[in-house]
Design a protein around this ligand. Structure first.
Ligand code: BES
Ligand code: MG
Ligand code: ZN
Length: 468
């Protein structure tokens, strides 16, 4: 029994234990039972088991802190059960992991229904923590709100969130202590971002390059650069995608959305970190000016790329964004991108794929993923794959590999061509975790906002070290 449950039991004259026994309520994980009329203060109480491993710490084989993960799951099932019976205020137990409890509660209640009739929307629920909102509870709530912001941006229809609207939507966040700069097409051209521009050419919507910066660690400390793929709709371009599920390509700005989520949560938490975000935004469309298979474009660092498949567009816009991001002299650089269907073949939705030139940075990201339950898995960044990208008839690089297979790895090898060798860099392929069906029990169905919380923890950890 957790501390708050014990207190509650005392207030009921010790009858709660009996009651649970009578009702046959066990500690089984996340099966809520609703009890009515116990006290005037709490007319409806959801009792949820934390499972056998509530006190368990890290499960090495599973790379997850099982105790925390169980709390997220259990709390999520409790608050959704209460919402479903029309409760508008829910007081949640902090349990032994108050941060995870707040995460589970806030993540579970997210829904995107603002474009539906009032009657069809989920009712709002006010959450508070039993015994008062502690610092840990607040931290969990803010981390979840960063992820929820990413989910909302990802789920939004592409006609409601064009590159221009995405860039403008970041401005009004006055409570966020961040600076916002929106670059237009002329600036992008002037900076020589030919790879990025080649993707936006097929669309009537102009591209934007969004920069956010949050300084929580004083002017002297080198920042962490976070780069996010912001393709607000990916039709595939001239190499058009099949119609089935093409609508989900509104979330091809998931990297951008998670990047914004990380900075938002960092700013709200007042994290002692300097973060710089670089977000190329465009549509990939097959208009009459669109890039054609076989066209050659020049990236910001002067490398030429033969575009044999216009659907491999993410790496093109990231190539220029990575080049530019390095100008801020970061201590490390991390990019997130819904880059390849192949990463989902490799890992499914269990974890995002991480390609990195730094084992130290990898260990930090892995530890963060174990804590948050939003896991990461390391993938190879070998010359084998680079070779496949360099076999090219007309240019320095081709945008698709010459060999079949290893699609996520060849994409990563392509990106590596635009990053300085001595800069700790991590490429995070988030295509496999873009959407949640029922895999993560505390996330409702829809775009997932993964791995916002993991990258936030990573940012905190890496910025605690001295400057490189
Ligand atoms: N945005 C897609 C990748 C994607 C696929 C994200 C499924 C989320 C779910 C990316 O731009 C793409 O089209 N990649 C191609 C690359 C290929 C042409 C080399 C792919 O994965 O098929
Ligand atoms: Mg594509
Ligand atoms: Zn894409």
């Amino acid at each position: 029994m957790t501390t708050e449950t014990k207190k509650f039991n005392e207030r009921l004259g010790g009858h709660l234990t009996e009651l649970l026994e009578c009702a046959g309520i066990s500690g089984k994980l996340a099966t809520p039972r609703l009890l009515y009329g116990l006290t005037a203060e709490f007319p409806c109480v959801a009792v949820v088991g934390l499972g056998e491993s509530a006190e368990q710490t890290v499960d090495d084989a599973e790379n997850v802190h099982q105790g925390r993960e169980n709390v997220r799951h259990a709390v999520a099932s409790g608050v959704t059960a209460l919402r479903d019976v029309q409760c508008s205020h829910v007081t949640v137990e902090p349990t032994e992991h108050a941060e995870a409890s707040a995460e589970g509660a806030h993540l579970a209640l997210w829904s995107y229904d603002e474009l539906k009739a009032e009657a069809d929307r989920q009712r709002p629920v006010q959450l508070s923590c039993a015994g008062g909102d502690s610092e840990l509870w607040r931290r969990g709530a803010l981390k979840a709100s960063g992820q929820n912001l990413a989910r909302t941006l990802m789920e939004a229809p592409a006609n409601y969130l064009t590159p221009t609207l995405f860039s403008l939507s970041r401005r009004p966040c006055l409570r966020c202590r961040w600076e916002v700069v929106v670059r237009d097409e002329a600036w992008i051209r002037q900076r020589g971002m030919g790879a990025f521009l080649s993707v936006s050419r097929g669309s009537a919507e102009p591209p934007r390059f969004l920069e956010l910066s949050y300084s929580g660690a004083g002017a002297g400390a080198a920042p962490l650069a976070v780069v996010g793929k912001g393709v607000t709709f990916d039709s595939g371009g001239i190499s058009l995608k099949p119609a089935k599920n093409m609508d989900t390509m509104r979330a091809d700005m998931g990297g951008a959305a998670c990047t914004v989520g990380v900075l938002y949560a960092a700013a709200q938490l007042g994290l002692a970190a300097n973060l710089r975000a670089f977000i190329p935004l465009c549509e990939n469309m097959p208009g009459s000016r669109a890039t054609k298979p076989g066209d050659v474009v020049t990236a910001m660092n002067g490398k030429t790329v033969q575009v044999d498949n216009t659907d491999a567009e993410g790496r093109l816009i990231l190539a220029d964004a990575l080049c530019y991001a390095q100008e801020c002299r970061p201590r490390a650089m991390l990019n997130m991108a819904t880059l390849t269907g192949a990463i989902s073949v490799a890992l499914g939705s269990a974890a995002v794929g991480v390609f990195t030139n730094s084992t130290a940075a990898w260990h930090q990201l892995r530890a963060a993923g174990t804590n948050t339950g939003d896991r990461v898995w390391r993938m190879p960044l070998w010359k084998h794959y680079t070779k496949s990208m360099k076999e090219c008839r007309l240019a320095d690089l081709n945008n698709i590999g010459s060999a079949t297979g290893g699609g996520a790895c060849t994409a990563a090898a392509f990106l590596q061509e635009f990053v300085a060798e001595d800069l700790p860099w991590l490429h995070v392929d988030i295509a496999g975790t873009m959407e949640n069906t029922t895999d993560v029990p505390y996330l409702s169905k829809g775009m997932s906002g993964r791995p916002t919380r993991t990258v936030l923890e990573f940012a905190e950890a890496i910025c605690q070290q001295g400057s490189r």
